[in-house]
Design a binder for this molecule. Sequence first.
Ligand SMILES: NC(=O)c1ccc[n+]([C@@H]2O[C@H](COP(=O)([O-])OP(=O)(O)OC[C@H]3O[C@@H](n4cnc5c(N)ncnc54)[C@H](OP(=O)(O)O)[C@@H]3O)[C@@H](O)[C@H]2O)c1
Length: 289
Amino acid sequence: MKVLLTGCNGQLGRELTKQLTACQTDFVGYDIPDFDITDKKAMAEIIEKEKPSVIINCGAMTNVDGCETHREAAMKVNGEGPGKLAEIARDQDITLVHVSTDYVFDGNGIEENGKKRPYVETDAIDPKTVYGESKALGEKLVAQTAPKHFIIRTAWLYGDGKNFVKTMLGLADTHPELTVVDDQVGSPTSTVDLARAILALIQTQQYGLYHGTCEGQCSWCDFAKAIFELSGKPVHVVPVTSEEYPSDTPRPKYSVLENAGLKGLGINAFRPWKESLVEYLKRLENQEV
Ligand SMILES: NC(=O)c1ccc[n+]([C@@H]2O[C@H](COP(=O)([O-])OP(=O)(O)OC[C@H]3O[C@@H](n4cnc5c(N)ncnc54)[C@H](OP(=O)(O)O)[C@@H]3O)[C@@H](O)[C@H]2O)c1
């Protein structure tokens, strides 16, 4: 197996680079400007040269507010680009792994027996943001074009890069008190767990759509409290509503995904979110991320 990794300098790309190196898999990593997912000709030339049997696409425009104000670019990078990669994968009989997001759902959750239940892979999507719309287009084009595809939706991702954990810890140095929204719920997910799941999936031929997030759920406020407690920072966290803390782009109130597909295959190894967070904070302390 030879893997070509795109978006290798992003959070997930960096973790996959570590894990692929550790398990001595033959792989090569690319990112923009050398490998631009919007440029089919340039991608085809690189893929022709590298001859991978698997492509893992971590390249994306992930700034949710930026997507809202740069719709055309978002649709090209997150939507049409994965479609172009899927055409190359189809034509060269390559397995394509594509990473997607909880933002493809409407973010309201689905009520069952009087309470919300996590989204499963078969639930209808209904994106409410340009980011979600662009990622939904990417999913659709990959699914309909590349016969050997894995699409894995994740959420609330943190790893080696800019993320909520680092933002909170940065603010802790100057803010004894912080207000954090407590009416948006999701599952904080470590890139370590997600990269492991991707590497497990490509050992199978069970192509299709999967959810991949750490187990359990919390609000951003709970997440912030856990970050400060576990790292011994004396910050008082004050819960606020989304209405009290408005953002330019609507954020999903409910982003919990059930890893139903991975569980069905018996390979769901995502840990409870707090367990993965403890490990991440140790890695941060050791300046590994
Ligand atoms: N972060 C989250 O909370 C989250 C949640 C759910 C799903 N996801 C999905 O998970 C995947 C990985 O996310 P991540 O957090 O690792 O993202 P990230 O850190 O933003 O990394 C994305 C990488 O893609 C690169 N890129 C941008 N435009 C590109 C283009 N035209 N062609 C090729 N590469 C390009 C970026 O380069 P620049 O940095 O130079 O732009 C960056 O290196 C993405 O598909 C994302 O949509 C993320």
